[in-house]
Design a protein around this ligand. Structure first.
Ligand SMILES: [Zn+2]
Ligand SMILES: [Zn+2]
Length: 212
């Protein structure tokens, strides 16, 4: 994860805009009919380029410790797109798997550390068929902006003071980003519905699913 500005977090009043995510002060403006664009890592020379042929959905801030964050940010900004729409087009040889044991297989540039795409290989996972991307890596205009904040309490693990959490949640709400300590109700319902369907089709098998 990115370097944290601990001074910004330990002051009497944390600089919320500075530590939440840099894109929050200028969120992307969603464009009707937007069909995707190019994601680039942060290497000046020979960046990894990923072509995404789809608008993103469920874009949100994520406070978990696994998603890639820009330097100084407590949250990542992460969305999903159909995996068929994702193609590595340049310098794919620089991509490496961050943690082979993670449910989401996150591929990062070995030189700059930026995560380009997260893929779920387990076909039983509720989000199988979707890839996770960070739309801020694109200069194309029209991506869906973040709609909520997930795994908010996890920012304490990154060093954010627990006593400031009510202020953090208030601040996220004021930005129109409802804070949740797991995923949004819509996505949690999708996960539970998927588990019910799996239990119905395979009644004797235990189904265990972790979102991250
Ligand atoms: Zn790079
Ligand atoms: Zn996350």
């Amino acid at each position: 994860m990115g370097r944290l500005d601990t001074e910004a977090m330990t002051g009497l009043v944390p600089d919320f805009l500075a530590v939440i995510h840099p894109a929050i002060s200028h969120p992307s403006a969603q464009v009707e009919g937007f069909i995707g664009g190019l994601l680039k890592c942060q290497c000046d020379k020979s960046p990894v380029v990923v072509s995404v042929g789809s608008q993103a959905s469920h874009n949100h801030l994520c406070g978990c410790s696994l998603c890639w964050k820009p330097d100084g940010a407590l949250f990542s900004q992460v969305a999903v797109v159909p995996r068929d729409a994702v193609h590595v087009t340049e310098n794919g040889d620089k991509l490496g798997l961050v943690d082979p044991s993670a449910v989401i297989q996150r591929y990062a540039c070995r030189d700059c550390g930026v995560h380009l795409v997260g893929r779920i290989e387990a076909s039983s996972h509720p989000f199988y068929g979707l890839d996770f991307i960070h739309t801020e890596l694109s200069t194309d205009v029209g991506w869906e902006p973040p709609k909520f904040a997930a795994f908010v309490s996890s920012i304490i693990e990154a060093g954010f003071p627990a006593a400031e959490m009510p202020n953090m949640r208030r601040h996220l709400r004021s930005l129109g980003l409802e804070p949740y300590d797991c995923l949004s109700p819509e996505l949690m319902d999708a996960i539970s519905s998927h588990i019910v369907l799996q239990k119905q089709s395979r009644p004797r098998q235990r189904v265990e699913v972790a979102a991250e």
